[in-house]
Design a binder for this molecule. Structure first.
Ligand code: PGA
Length: 249
């Protein structure tokens, strides 16, 4: 059985004290949980977050990582640095990284390789833009994003891959893909993975939906058979909203 995951991508939000206070609120929640809970604070707050959450079931993830192991790359962070502060999950390929920092499929393939070589788990983001959805090319866009960045991996390596389908037009816009649109795309993704690898692998891979997930729509989206959770931006910054989303499972 594949795993349900709800991951909060905090983006460039929350200084140290805000990070501590949000984590303290998240820890207080004692509601039932049918999903793994992940939070992704900014780089400088990863170690405090890891320390704060020790002994809890909440996982800390990084929002990005450099493709090289070390060297003269001013301002960058390597996989081994992340691991040295307790972080073994990394989000790669977020649409904001692709759009604002010009990360393309080729670079992302390198980052994925580096993360896996370092035994890290990758939450790999991809999704079409509005114009592509409008002209009906969303499936071919998604298929090529997967192919270019992930299909060189062997089946075994996929154990550390979590997919996050995030239509760019739904991120931070308040406009969510309908539960049916999410389900259709997730089923398509599973088919593409099945054709490339095997049905067993396709059934085992966790596929998250991201894009304006909120307490009000999480239950319906998560009820779809091929949606295994969410990557949550804005709504992950409020403990109450985030846990309502977690408890939508
Ligand atoms: P959003 O962001 O929930 O604020 O739309 C999702 C994401 O960027 O992962």
């Amino acid at each position: 059985m594949r795993k349900n995951i709800v991951a909060g991508n905090w983006k460039m939000n929350n200084d140290l004290s805000q990070t501590e206070s949000l984590l303290n609120d998240l820890k207080k929640e004692t509601n039932r949980r049918n999903a793994e809970v992940i939070v992704a604070p900014t780089f400088v707050n990863l170690y405090p977050a890891f320390q704060n959450l020790k002994g809890t079931a909440i996982t800390v993830a990084a929002q990005n990582m450099h493709q090289n192991d070390n060297g003269a790359y001013t301002g960058e962070i390597s996989a081994s640095m992340l691991k040295s502060v307790g972080v073994t999950t990394v989000i790669l390929g977020h649409s904001e990284r692709r759009a604002y920092f010009k990360e393309d499929d080729e670079l992302l393939a390198q980052k994925v390789n580096t993360a896996l070589e370092n035994d890290m788990r990758v939450i790999f983001c991809f999704g079409e833009e509005l114009a592509e959805r409008k002209n009906g090319t969303q499936e071919s866009v998604v298929e090529s994003q997967l192919k270019n960045a992930l299909f060189h991996l062997n089946e075994h390596q996929w154990k550390n891959i979590v997919l996050a389908y995030e239509p760019v037009w739904a991120i931070g816009t308040g406009e969510t893909a309908s539960p049916e649109q999410a389900q259709d795309m997730h089923a398509f993704i599973r088919k593409v993975v099945s054709d490339q690898y095997s049905k067993t692998l396709a059934e085992a891979v966790t596929i998250l939906y991201g894009g304006s997930v909120k307490p009000a729509n999480a239950k319906e989206i998560f009820s779809k058979p091929d949606v295994d959770g969410g990557l949550i931006g804005g709504a992950s910054l409020k403990a109450q909203d985030f846990f309502e989303i977690v408890n939508a499972f």
